[in-house]
Write a protein that binds this ligand. Structure first.
Ligand code: 2BA
Length: 109
């Protein structure tokens, strides 16, 4: 068995969860926060048989869009040493960041 850990954008999560559930995959949704943007994203835990991993990843790829987000990054000005001035930085986020890990043991008791 494998555990798929998928970090997706909040906007994509509801539809993705619906489609996974309709295809009989068990899903746990965790509210998470990206370390770089410090804004909310969604982490899904999906436990599946090894043979189903590719299908789940295909569904995630299909439903999770890549988007541009603007954040601010501190920059050191040359005029005033030690003074940080924020300026906007555009980053491309997602579709999804996916980890697939082995599950040693799976029990429902
Ligand atoms: P964040 O850490 O908030 O990152 C959001 C987006 O900002 C990233 O999109 C990437 O395009 C950009 N970014 C991240 N770190 C950067 C840096 N040091 N310099 C410039 N740009 C940077 P994604 O790569 O699609 O990642 C989306 C979210 O997936 C991340 O949100 C984080 O929550 C998670 N993630 C990505 N890689 C990860 C990893 N190796 N381990 C754990 N979580 C990860």
């Amino acid at each position: 068995m494998k555990l798929i850990i998928a970090i997706v954008q909040d906007e994509d999560a509801p539809n993705l969860i619906d489609v996974l559930m309709k295809n009989n995959y068990g899903v746990t949704k965790l509210a998470s926060t990206g370390g770089f943007l410090k804004s909310g994203n969604t982490t899904l835990l999906i436990g599946v048989e090894k043979e189903k991993v590719d299908e789940v990843i295909r569904i995630i790829e299909e439903l999770c869009q890549s988007r541009k987000q603007v954040t601010t990054s501190p920059s050191l000005t040359t005029l005033s040493p030690g003074v940080y001035v924020p300026y906007p930085v555009e980053v491309q986020v997602g579709g999804a960041t996916i980890f697939v890990v082995d599950v040693d043991r799976f029990e429902k008791v």
